[in-house]
Design a protein around this ligand. Structure first.
Ligand code: C2E
Ligand code: CA
Ligand code: CA
Length: 764
């Protein structure tokens, strides 16, 4: 709008200029008429005295609206002139400033051609004036000019008003540098130049002005033309904009309020309802409740996802509730449930005056199943065990899984301890049948500890601890058995915790020692090997044999570092003996590898590392691996055994006879020797079955070309029995107990003496 306004102002200024030009053109054609007239020419040549009277009267100038008509000769001097006051309507003198005429070279005097008038603006002291002049010549314009006729019209206020009226513009003409110029004109005067054209300036919010510089006929800046006009366009523009804005605002308002109303009805009220629904559910804590869903829009979708979330929550709660009370692997109730049931059962038993038995059951060497067959099989075994336990129980009994391979059984309504023992025995029996999993036949045994209410107490926690202590005792006694809690017994659960803490400490403080026990060939009387056995120099309890702590060491996972140390220490010691004991036959070193150690990925590497480190020839080392360990492990173990054999290391099957290895296996295994378990040797003199077993094992070893060795030989009777059956390698207190290295050195030194003394009983 502003630009449009400016343009119209520019145009209007142009129109005024055109109007003035038009006036000047009319004047110059008048001047041409007068100049190109023979009468005028003869008048100027002084040949026409009647001219003045005939043509230059009082009626000459008014119709032409001229203020003066001046005749000059060719040098610009005035020949004759008439003047008129257009405002007052009477004769007047010509302007004072023109009375001297014009310079001879003025364009008003000297024209460029006979038909070329000159015209323009002059700013005289009397005021601005429009001037036109034409040369005086003959009618046919051929005669040389003899002077000029100059016409003038003052731009008076009246003239300007007339111009205003004609152009319908309010305009003003101001002499440049003149007095009393309006402030805006004065301001603009400085900026105006012949080149600046039209300048447009708003005067205020209502009026705008256009200014231009009018040059006089000599090309000098003469007048400032100003037009002013109301800012119609601008106002209209503003109005339009305002209107548009208002319409827009109204529109927005209308749409907005409509939206708001709609929002309120369609969205807000529904959102509010959703919120109250959710709050209600939250308050009640009822995951089965759902929020209302209506419509098919985003809000409905939101409500739907809230419901989906609640679905998921409800399911999760059910799962969590189940998980919180059940064991994930077996599906049996867990420890929490068990403890709750135990409390309830004890309370009921108190009222009814009946007894309750608590059985703590722990699987023997379950870790080995996991290590050998993987956790999936281990888990399935646990499930199968849970099933069998369930089958061996009454309806009212409760079996729970309370730990990795630990179960607890609650037997309410027990009248006598005997009943509990029967159940324990039945469970052991039920579990001892092999499990068939993944094509593997897996056998497992369990140890069970039993505590009784009211015999052993009435506090659930105490009863649990007592059952645990009894279990620990059952394990200590060689596993695969049950044990009834003996009040005041040394082996309490507390004791086990103390033991664990002490073992940690012992490892740090290096309280362990290696003892060595000779293995003797009773025929030659020579020490053929020594078995390295771990000892613990306990700060208060004195020297402890391995069976007092080795099981716990294994459970705690400490057997790895300890076994490594043991292996290296024993190998270093054996090398020393080997190097010092020149002359005699080499003495081999036997080192025990627990199931855990043997199952290590780097079990073989550990052995060869120890050999490398110490430099002990591999042929002097044999590892003892229990029959149970080997049988758990036939597939994987066989490769390891071959690797050991390839290195020259011997493999002896320890504790042979207690496991359930088949002959087939034994034939496939690259073992060098069998070591008959101590328990058979112990009973060999008084128990027929043990006798038969020992005889069979010896015969079998012979058939398979395996060395056979008996351990735990304590009596002459045992020695004799074994010798008669052809078992000549023996180990036991009858010959020598495990002893420190220095002591064994002496024994080795007495080899010859031993040889001679073969067949005699030694003091141990
Ligand atoms: P084991 O391999 O059967 O070792 C023989 C056990 O019988 C030793 O018990 C030994 O002190 C004991 N013994 C020796 N002669 C007689 C005897 O005439 N009568 C009786 N009743 N016992 C005798 P210890 O030292 O308590 O070791 C128990 C078990 O601990 C060992 O059984 C072995 O399986 C394990 N063990 C010992 N040292 C180590 C070791 O360094 N590493 C590993 N992994 N296991 C070890
Ligand atoms: Ca052994
Ligand atoms: Ca043994």
């Amino acid at each position: 709008f502003v630009r449009l306004e400016e343009e119209t102002v520019r145009e209007d200024v142009g129109r005024v200029g055109n109007a003035l030009d038009g006036d000047l053109e009319a004047m110059s054609s008048t001047a041409m008429d007068w100049g190109g007239w023979d009468e005028t020419r003869s008048f100027l040549l002084g040949e026409n005295p009647a001219y003045v009277e005939e043509n230059l009267g009082e009626s000459t100038l008014p119709p032409l609206r001229l203020n003066f008509m001046i005749f000059v000769d060719t040098s610009g001097r005035i020949f004759d002139a008439i003047g008129w006051d257009l405002e007052r309507g009477r004769p007047a003198p010509i302007p004072e400033s023109l009375k001297e005429g014009f310079p001879p070279d003025s364009p008003l005097v000297k024209h460029r051609g006979p038909e070329e008038p000159s015209r323009g603006l002059l700013v005289l002291p009397e005021g601005p004036v429009l001037i036109a002049s034409a040369p005086v010549t003959s009618n046919d314009h051929t005669a040389p000019p003899c002077g000029a006729v100059v016409l003038g019209r003052f731009l008076t206020r009246t003239q300007i008003e007339a111009l205003s009226e004609r152009t319908r513009l309010s305009l003003g003409l101001y002499v440049l540098g003149g007095k009393d110029l309006p402030a805006d004109v004065q301001q603009v005067a400085r900026e105006l130049s012949p080149q600046s054209g039209v300048l447009v300036r708003p005067l205020d919010s209502k009026e705008i002005a256009g200014y231009t510089l009018l040059q006089d006929m000599y090309g000098e800046p003469g007048l400032i033309l100003r037009i002013t006009k109301p800012r119609q366009i601008y106002a209209q523009g503003q109005a339009t904009v305002l209107y548009s804005v208002m319409v827009l605002a109204l529109g927005i308002l209308a749409v907005g309020s409509m939206n708001f109303l709609l929002l309120g009805r369609v969205v807000l009220s529904r959102l509010a309802r959703l919120k109250t629904d959710i709050e209600e559910i939250e308050q009640k804590g009822d995951p089965t409740a759902r929020v209302a869903v209506d419509g098919r829009d985003e809000l409905a979708a939101l409500a739907m996802s809230v419901n989906n979330m609640l679905d998921a929550l409800e399911k999760a709660e059910a799962v969590i509730r189940y998980q919180a009370s059940h064991d994930a692997v077996t599906g049996l109730p867990n420890r929490r449930v068990f403890e709750r049931r135990l409390r309830d059962t004890l309370a009921q038993a108190r009222d009814a005056g009946t007894g309750v038995a608590l059985l703590a059951l722990d699987l023997d060497h379950f870790k080995m199943v996991n290590d050998t067959y993987g956790h999936a099989v281990g888990d399935r075994l646990l499930r199968e065990i849970a099933v069998r336990l369930g089958e061996s129980l009454r309806e009212s009994d409760l079996a729970c899984r309370i730990g990795g391979d630990e179960f607890a059984v609650l037997l309410p309504n027990i009248k006598k301890a005997k009943a509990a023992k029967r159940v324990a025995a039945r469970m052991m029996e039920v579990l001892s049948r092999p499990f068939l999993l993944d094509g593997h036949e897996i056998t497992i045994t369990a140890s069970i500890g039993v505590s009784l209410y009211p015999l052993d107490g009435d506090d659930p926690t105490r009863l649990l601890q007592q059952a645990d202590a009894a279990l620990y005792e059952a394990k200590r006694r060689g596993r695969s058995r049950w044990h009834l809690y003996a009040p005041g017994g040394k082996d309490s659960a507390h004791g086990k915790l103390v033991l664990q803490a002490e073992l940690h400490h012992a490892l740090k403080e290096r309280q362990f020692l290696v003892y060595y026990q000779p293995q003797v060939n009773v025929e030659t009387g020579r020490v053929v090997a020594v078995e390295a056995l771990l000892r613990w120099q306990h700060p208060t309890r004195g020297l402890l044999p391995a069976n007092k702590f080795i099981a716990t060491v294994e459970e705690m996972g400490l057997i790895e570092p300890l076994g490594e140390w043991m292996l290296e220490t024993a190998c270093a010691q054996a090398l020393k003996w080997h190097q010092e004991q020149t002359g005699g036959a080499p003495v081999r070193l036997a080192v025990n590898l627990s199931g855990r150690e043997f199952n290590l990925e780097r079990a073989v590497n550990r052995v060869s590392d120890a050999l490398d480190k110490t430099g002990l020839p591999p042929e002097l080392l044999e590892v003892e691996i229990s029959e149970q360990t080997l049988m758990w492990n036939v597939e994987r173990g066989i490769a390891k055994m071959h690797e050991l054999r390839e290195q020259g290391v011997g493999v002896t099957v320890d504790d042979f006879g207690v496991g359930s290895s088949s002959l087939i296996h034994l034939k496939l295994l690259p073992v060098g020797a069998l070591k008959i378990d101590r328990s058979f040797i112990r009973d060999v003199a008084r128990q027929e079955t043990s006798k038969v077993i020992v005889e069979a094992v010896i015969a079998m070893a012979k058939a398979l070309h395996l060395r056979i060795i008996a351990e735990g030989v304590e009596t002459e009777e045992q020695r004799k029995f074994l010798m008669e059956r052809g078992c000549v390698e023996m180990q036991g207190h009858l010959f020598a107990p495990p002893m420190p290295a220095e002591e064994l050195e002496k024994v080795l030194a007495e080899q010859l003496h031993l040889l001679r003394a073969a067949g005699r009983t030694f003091d141990t």
